[in-house]
Ligand binder design. Structure first.
Ligand code: ADP
Length: 339
């Protein structure tokens, strides 16, 4: 008790749901008061519904976040740990500062991206005009320089767009009313786009999709998810290689699988691939038009659709990226009767 009393985090010893003991920090963060609250039911004092669910046997492995009952300006991260017989320790930590920093980081990235977008559009527009102006002797002389400038401004625009997409994914709440998305049609369109991107590299790209397997979610986000994976497969597979996409369902849910015979990824890189700007080979990524943000977008879209990403890869052999969606996200459209 002496050790716990000295902690800056709130600690409360519970006997079932009854309060047995608490430290000083619990008075400030949870609003407990001695001796008034000894033996009280904790749910009478901390009434946040998320907390009550947590207390009554919700998932105990993830801490919950809630405003402090004593001070709404403070955000707490709260966890209940079982120990002994019917005894539990409730630990609450003030994470307001952490949250504020996180919000500042998100706002900063979103603002910078917004501010860069307009000037970049203007620069790209002028470059386009100059490149089109073949009558002008000076423009002809500068052709290669202008071309290189356009490539770089395209790249910058790509980065800005991806950053804006990411910040939208981070800041907008998950829409409540999710519409059914016709994934098979979306993938068929994507197959065309991937073949177009492959062009003269002539990859063998195939798609096998269950036509009656749809998902509940955001069409725009899912398109961005699948296209990032498909374009990566094209970009990291040498000419003539093959890329196989599969969309199928089972009792566990719906699965999108994309397997390529490309350059592959060494095992030590795999856990870090979804970090922003993490690339195995920066030169190769840039050379093929990468922004380093594609898999970060993939990860966020999956999070918002309760999905998971699995990566299986062997250097020199190829990679398989699999997205698993839970059964609750599956939608089977009613098919018109054949008759
Ligand atoms: P980038 O724009 O660089 O492709 P991503 O976030 O989409 O950024 O991917 C991160 C890194 O993961 C890439 O730079 C590349 O090294 C690796 N990677 C992604 N997809 C594949 C793939 N299909 N085959 C091999 N490497 C891949």
């Amino acid at each position: 008790q002496q050790g716990t009393a000295a902690l800056p985090d709130a600690a409360v010893v519970l006997e079932g749901e009854r309060i047995d003991w608490w430290n000083d920090a619990a008075e400030a963060l949870l609003g407990l008061s001695y001796p008034r609250d000894v033996g009280q039911h904790i749910a009478n004092l901390v009434r946040h519904p998320g907390f009550v669910a947590h207390l009554r046997g919700g998932r105990l492995d993830n801490p919950i976040q809630m405003p402090s009952p004593g001070n709404p300006h403070i955000t707490l991260s709260l966890k209940i740990i079982d120990y002994g017989k019917n005894q539990r320790l409730l630990v609450a930590r003030d994470i307001s500062r952490l949250q504020q920093l996180e919000r500042m980081r998100r706002d900063f990235v979103a603002n910078v991206s917004h501010e860069l977008r307009t000037p970049l559009t203007v620069v790209a527009g002028y470059l386009e005009t100059l490149l089109d102006d073949q009558d002008d002797e000076a423009a002809r002389r500068w052709q290669r320089t202008l071309q290189a400038m356009r490539e770089q401004s395209d790249r910058m625009q790509g980065i800005v767009e991806d950053l804006l997409t990411l910040s939208r994914l981070e800041t907008t709440p998950q829409p409540d009313q999710q519409a059914p998305v016709a994934v098979p049609g979306l993938l068929a369109q994507l197959l065309e786009d991937a073949r177009h991107l492959s062009g003269a590299q002539a990859h063998q790209i195939t798609l096998e999709a269950d036509p009656a397997l749809w998902l509940l979610g955001s069409e725009q986000e899912l398109r961005s998810l699948f296209s990032n994976l498909a374009f990566n497969a094209v970009r990291y597979t040498p000419a003539g290689g093959s890329i196989r996409m599969r969309w199928h369902g089972d009792a566990g849910g719906a699965h999108f699988e994309i397997a390529d015979t490309g350059i592959g990824i060494a095992a030590q890189h795999i856990p870090r691939l979804t970090e922003r700007f993490y690339r195995v080979d920066i030169g190769r990524s840039r050379g093929s038009g990468g922004t380093g943000l594609g898999l970060a977008i993939v990860k966020h879209v999956l999070l918002r659709h309760d999905g998971r990403l699995q990566v299986d890869s062997q250097p020199g052999k190829g990679s398989t990226f699999t997205c698993d969606f839970p059964a609750a996200r599956v939608h089977r459209p009613a098919r018109p009767a054949v008759g």
